[in-house]
Design a protein around this ligand. Structure first.
Ligand SMILES: *Cc1c(COP(=O)(O)O)cnc(C)c1O
Length: 481
């Protein structure tokens, strides 16, 4: 098919195709429950359906859309499906999806204020709104990154800059060993940040946890003292509110006192659970958060904003800026002394207009609407936890502060080893039905199933159905054992 000119897709074709694609998206979301949550594919199946070389000639747009249905959809794990109860879910709401269209349409790049003043200023305003929603002190400044991993990387880079050893200029040459502390349950992104920043995995001390998977603060203090005595420089503690395996909550208030005493940067990883700071009844889990130097929370996890959008709140933005700011001649502008240039706050230069989707979502649902949805997810998770507690053949393996339930099936005639094999079979059987997707973890060597409720399409009936399915498969599997 010959395309008529050397410019973009003609506007009438863009409009027709756009309408078709919105219809496609509408149908997908309307019918998402008809799909198996996990696709029936083997590694390489999608590659084998795609030509190894690109088309030399232009193709009609309709052919591209058709291949979404024919090739891509069969290989999709449906994150938008209400029976996706694995990992920490991330669901995209209607207003969030539409905001992404606006972001791509404008295609603004927020390198500096001048390259799109509205991008920089909307980010500033929306992150101030979100800060108020989360009841965080005014003094925190927010900045958007793609993921929590990258937000934490920037927080830990700021912590490293904050020790005043001029590592920005000198690098780590002839610098004594630095130490970062987090609990055994901290997310792997903290170790990846340590790798990236030259701290190394040996520079990360993993502090043991108690029976509820919370950092033991006396162990933290002992490690700090031991390191200081050995000439190692402690510089940062990462506390987690909502750890990845069990959603346990480190005692941030106590940890913050230790950080104050030894002058250490406190970074709080609340990537998943941070949104619940909106709810007065959840404030108990955020005690001491006002003492943090930085906090990460991901609207793309439990605030119905399409992936990716993570927010870092930081009390000393100047330290972050000091760590990363480099302004070559071609990026200098007349407004440099008057405005924030977002490129100064991180390693990337270009950035897409992500604040739009948070803005759309907050305005469309309203703060009250968002709170109600999150509160309902917590209620549903507690409901499920009660069913587990009341059933003789199931047991819960961790407290449920938020919307994640850790559990396993249990039968008196099976020992620990057999129970591990049983529960691994159980999750594989559950997931192979395509009716539910759960993931697992290991807690005290026990194979543990996790069920997470945080999707915008999840209702009580989905949790009821999930429980029926889990029970039925467990009881029928028991006959085989
Ligand atoms: C999900 C999660 C992360 C990683 O999030 P990304 O945005 O995927 O990098 C880090 N920490 C915690 C506690 C998480 O739940």
């Amino acid at each position: 098919m010959e395309k008529k000119n050397l410019c973009d897709m003609p506007s009438n074709e863009f409009q027709d195709s756009g309408h078709k694609l919105i219809d496609w998206s509408t149908n997908y979301l309307k019918n998402v429950e008809k799909y198996k949550v996990l696709p029936d594919v083997k590694p390489g199946d999608i590659i084998s359906k795609l030509p190894p070389v690109p088309p030399e000639e232009a193709e009609p747009f309709d052919n591209i859309i058709q291949d979404i249905d024919k090739i891509i959809l069969p290989g999709i794990t449906h994150w938008q499906h209400p029976n996706f109860m694995a990992y920490f879910a991330s669901t995209a709401s209607g207003p969030g999806i539409l905001a992404d269209i606006v972001s791509s349409t404008l295609n603004s790049n927020g390198m500096v204020w001048k390259t799109s003043p509205a991008l920089t200023e909307l980010e500033f305003v929306v992150l101030n709104w979100y800060k108020k929603m989360l009841n965080l002190p005014e003094e925190f400044k927010g900045i958007i990154y793609d993921t929590a991993s990258i937000s934490s990387l920037h927080a830990i880079a700021s912590a490293r800059e904050n020790i005043n050893l001029d590592i920005k200029n000198r690098g780590l040459y002839q610098i004594p060993k630095l130490r970062l502390y987090c609990s055994e349950q901290a997310h792997s992104s903290i170790e990846k940040a340590a790798i990236t920043l030259g701290i190394g995995l040996n520079g990360v001390k993993k502090i043991p946890v108690d029976s509820e998977y919370k950092m033991i603060t006396s162990e933290l203090e002992n490690s700090i003292i031991e390191d200081i005595n050995n000439g190692i420089i402690p510089f940062c503690v990462v506390a987690t509110i909502g750890t990845t395996s069990t959603t346990s909550v480190d005692p941030v208030d106590k940890i913050s006192e230790i950080c104050k005493k030894y002058n250490l940067w406190l970074h709080v990883d609340a990537a998943y659970a941070g949104v619940t700071a909106m709810l007065p009844e959840m404030r108990q889990y955020f005690q001491g958060i006002e003492n943090a130097d930085s906090i990460v929370t991901n609207p793309h996890k439990w605030l119905f904003v399409p992936i990716d959008l993570s927010v870092l709140y930081i009390k000393k933005p100047d330290v972050l800026k000091q760590a990363f700011s480099l302004v070559p001649e071609y990026l200098k502008t007349n407004e440099d002394t008057l405005v924030d240039n977002l490129m100064d706050y991180g390693i990337q230069l270009g950035r897409r207009f992500r604040a739009l989707k948070l803005w759309f979502v907050i305005r469309y649902f309203g703060v009250e609407g968002l709170k109600k949805r999150i509160r309902e997810h917590i209620r549903l998770a507690k409901l499920f936890a009660n069913w587990i507690d009341e059933h003789p053949n199931f047991e819960r393996l961790a407290p449920v502060p938020f919307s994640t339930v850790c559990f396993r099936a249990k039968f008196p005639h099976l020992n620990e080893e057999a129970l591990n094999i049983f529960n691994e079979k159980l999750i594989n059987k559950i997931n192979s039905t395509g009716k539910l997707f759960l993931t697992h973890t290991k807690l005290n060597n026990k194979f543990t199933l996790r069920l997470v409720i945080s999707g915008i399409r999840q209702e009580e009936k989905h949790v009821v159905d999930a429980w029926e399915l889990i029970k039925n498969i467990a009881l029928s599997l028991q006959e085989e054992f």
